[in-house]
Every structure is written in structure tokens, then in C-alpha cells.
Design a protein around this ligand. Sequence first.
Ligand code: F6P
Length: 361
Amino acid sequence: MNIERIGILTGGGDAPGLNAVIRAVVLTAANRFGWEVIGLQRGFDGLLHDAEPIPLSCHNVRDLLARGGTILGAVNRGNPLIREVTLPDGSTALEDVSDEVLRRIDEFGLDALIAAGGDGTMAIAHALVQKGAKIVGVPKTIDNDLAQTDVTFGFDTAIVTATEALDKLQTTAESHHRVMVMEVMGRNSGWIALLTGVSGGADAILIPEIPFDIGVVCAHINALREAGRRYSLIVVAEGAAPIGGTQEYYIQARGLMDARLGGVGYTVGNLIADCIGVDVRVTVLGHVQRGGQPTPRDRWLATRFGAAAVQMVANGEWGKMAALHGTEMVSVPMQEAIQLKMVDPDGSMVQMARNLGIVFG
Ligand code: F6P
């Protein structure tokens, strides 16, 4: 197949390293293959609305490597397979507008498309490939919860940010003899909490994969205090829930937008304060974990993913996603990557943390 022009879009929530992917795609496409690249704005929405595609050249991506966010914009509720449309009588209905997306791909003269995103973006891309679109994927998410790749870009930056925050909480916790609870992101997986908790020296880590018993956490804090440790650090994943309990949401589902997890950190803080009567403070780290410059490791990974995606286009590997297996870049079926990758409660990482004395509730 003769390729002259490809498109790139960034779907779902942003993650540090997206701009580095865009840069790597443009540089590799131009230097290695002599292709033209255009950027579609705001994910798949860029193929449905009037948002003008952005011509990308080696010149205008030069400064993108260290820049957080995405110059193309991102939306995490645009799905052309189930889109809310307004009917002539003013009411709304859900429609599959994927044929329009395919038409626009043709209209823009795109021989192929690279979609950088998480499970939602890969699910949309996979469905479009079934209808004939030529798309390859790049795995993005700070949550690191995409199956079939050892790691996603954005994750390292999130851990660095969260660990730095925990380090700062440690010094003030120590001064005031307090228990500090820090809630981190991660949706339904505990990767950010686990790596941050271990790297920042937490005493307890609560993750969605291991429902917690607050009594176990309190007993551990008490034992530490009796042994002379006057402060404690607790890392709670936003998706964590007590045994027999449910996850907490701070934004409820609205229309096509899913509910957003959050708030369990405050519940855990209050329960600890009630059961051991010590001073507890709660920090919800929120979107700072997604913002800012990507770490060098994420720049490196994002660059490798972007370059691999261009090679996959050259190979005609439609419906595949670039993935890291060990130290090697490989391509895997998007459909398999959509399965969520969870922390194994009985795996060696959790066991190592337990052996360090960290409790999981
Ligand atoms: O998937 C990335 C993520 O940051 C999750 O960790 C978090 O639950 C969610 O996105 C937040 O979404 P939003 O940016 O829409 O609030």
C-alpha cells in the first residue's frame, strides 16, 4: 500500500508524554518514510466537528519533547459509536456516527491513522478497524492498566509526582506526629498507589484489588506508635473499597460521562482518626498527577511508542497497538489490550511490600 499522508489523534484523558509521541511520529514519518502528518484535534471528535486538522512538520514539533498535555487536545467522553445527537424536535438520542468518521478520514486524504489513548480509545479504534479503517494504537495512561504492555507512558511521571508529594508529607507528618493519608489516581487499578507507596515508604497501601479492613490499618499504626514511630503514611488508591463495601465517587455519572472515583481518602482518614484518636490529615493529589513535564523515562518510552507506531503503519498492522514487552517494542491486537491489567494481590510485588512490613488492610 502506498502511504503519503497519515493522521494522529490523542484520545481519552491526557497523560505526560503525548506530545513526545506526536513529535516521534512526525519526525519518523518524515525522515524515515517521507510521509506527511496531520494532527486531528480533540480525539475522534476531530473527525466529526469543524475543528481544522493541524499540519505537523519537523519544524513545528521540535519543542514538544518535554511539554506536558497534548497540543492536539483530548476529550474523554467522545465516542463516535454512541454519540448524543440533537433531533429536529430538540430532544436527544444516541447514534452510531462511525460511518461519518470513516468518510472524514477519506475526505482528509488519510492513508492511515495513529491513535494514542487508553482502553476507551483502543476500543473505538478497534471497532473502526472492523469497519475498514486503517488504525494503529499507542498505549497511554497514567494508570498503567492496559493489558498486553508492560507499561504505558505517563505512568512514570505520575509516580514521580506522587512520590515527591509523599516525601513532602513525610516531613510534616514527622514534625506533628500525624497520620497522613494521601489519595492517588488509578481508576480501578492500584498501580500508582503500589509503586508510590513502596517508593515513598508508606506504612499502608490500600488498592482496589485488595478490599481493606480498616481495623488492620489501625492496629498497624498503633503498633508502630508503640514501637516509637510517631507518624504514619497511608497511600489510598481512589478505587479502593472496604471489604464488603463499595467504591466512592465524587462526580456522579451524567449523560454519557461516567462517574469519577474519589473521596475514599477522606473516609479512610476519618475512620483512622475515630479508631485511634490521633491527628489525621488527608491529601487528595488529583490531577497534578497528570500534569507537567514528562519524566525522561516517559519521554524515552513515548518516543519509542511513536516511532514503533509509524513502523506498524508501514507494515500495515491495522488493529494493532505498540507495546513494551521487557525491553522490546512489539505489536499486539488492540482488542486484547482493552482488558484491564490489575495488580495481582498474590503476586511478587505485593508480597515484597508485605515483607517490608507494609499492610494492605
Ligand atoms: O485514567 C486517567 C485518570 O486520571 C484516572 O486515574 C482518573 O480516575 C480519571 O482519569 C479522571 O478523569 P477526569 O480527568 O475526567 O477527571
